[in-house]
Design a protein around this ligand. Structure first.
Ligand code: VAH
Length: 321
């Protein structure tokens, strides 16, 4: 019987992925974990444990005592936060991954999932339809850690047969959890401002086109990768993954028909430099070839669904308080 541990479960991806994992494996088979004890309230439907992913012995104890068979290691310091504390972000993003790769080896875990990011590409990578094997010279602390992490994943698979699988996520847009510390977070916050009848201040320039993905597609890709037969997985560093690309202006124009009075201003900050080093679009040929990847959402459908569901979600969270 599978027993799935999710680290960083209260994050933007974890909040939705954990829910989906209980649908697949059952509520008894999933353990949500996070460093924040208050995150327990987010998981009334499954076990929750407080876990600091830097504490290897604590991680080991949980995996051993709970007979964990799979780990989704989502805990991370994202790009914008990482630039403020580069060495701390390196330790958190790298040491926690190495702890889990070692524990996957020691306990012969069935599978380990670890998210990488388009942040592994840098200013010298091709900007349009960036291919899987393009030059990767990241210039951010986050991108450096993600690139190094990808190489460690490939190493642990090659040397020890650890079945670790990874995706280079674009910017993920979800409404069920507020993002934290990402360069693409503007694309979540804008919906809250539009619904609140307030204007929105974008920290990226209007023409800053980035690869993006609606959260349901990110969940679909994660599960498709993890459920693919081993012999279909040809990439053991991390797969390029794509759905759409848009700029703040394109997102704003897509929201405007729903809120004709909605206003946006552009005040680029330090996150503009991060975004300028990233691709504008990604070629995910290998994911489509190896495990039949295809996204379900383009920008109009994402906007329509978020504007339809977010008010209900906000009401639901208020009633929980
Ligand atoms: C970030 N949301 O902004 C993440 C992601 C491609 C961006 O890795 O750091």
């Amino acid at each position: 019987m599978e027993k799935v541990l999710v680290t960083g479960a209260a994050g933007q991806l974890g909040t939705e992925l954990t829910q989906q994992l209980t649908e697949v494996y059952g509520t008894e088979a999933v353990i949500a974990s996070d460093i924040n004890p208050k995150a327990k309230a987010t998981f009334p439907y499954c076990r929750f444990v407080v876990l600091d992913v830097m504490d290897r012995e604590r991680l080991r104890k949980c995996i051993k005592e709970e007979n964990v068979t799979q780990v989704y290691h989502l805990a991370a310091v994202l790009s914008a936060s990482a630039e403020k504390k580069p060495l701390l972000s390196w330790r958190v993003n790298m040491d926690s991954l190495l702890h889990l790769l070692e524990l996957a080896r020691e306990f012969n875990l069935n599978k380990l999932f670890w998210p990488s990011s388009i942040a592994v590409f840098g200013p010298d990578s091709p900007k349009i339809q960036t291919p899987q094997q393009a030059a990767k010279e990241p210039v951010t602390a986050y991108g450096i850690a993600k690139l190094a992490g990808e190489r460690w994943c490939a190493y642990y698979h090659q040397q020890y047969g650890v079945d670790v699988r990874s995706l280079r996520f674009p910017g993920l847009i979800g409404y069920k959890a507020l993002p934290g510390g990402g360069t693409t977070d503007y694309a979540v916050a804008i919906f809250h401002q539009a619904l609140a009848g307030k204007s929105f201040r974008s920290f990226l320039r209007k023409d800053t086109r980035l690869p993006m993905m609606y959260m349901p597609d990110a969940i679909k890709a994660s599960l498709a990768l993890m459920q693919a037969p081993k012999d279909r997985i040809s990439i053991r560093s991390s797969y390029n993954l794509a759905a759409m690309s848009f700029s703040p202006e394109e997102l704003y124009q897509g929201i405007l028909p729903y809120f004709p009075e909605f206003n946006i201003t552009y005040e680029p900050d330090y996150r503009q430099t991060i975004a300028d080093g990233w691709p504008q679009s990604i070629d995910d040929l290998e994911a489509r070839r190896d495990w039949d990847w295809s996204p379900d959402y383009e920008l109009p459908a994402m906007i329509q669904e978020i504007l339809q569901e977010l008010p209900k979600w906000i009401q639901h969270k208020k009633s929980d308080l």
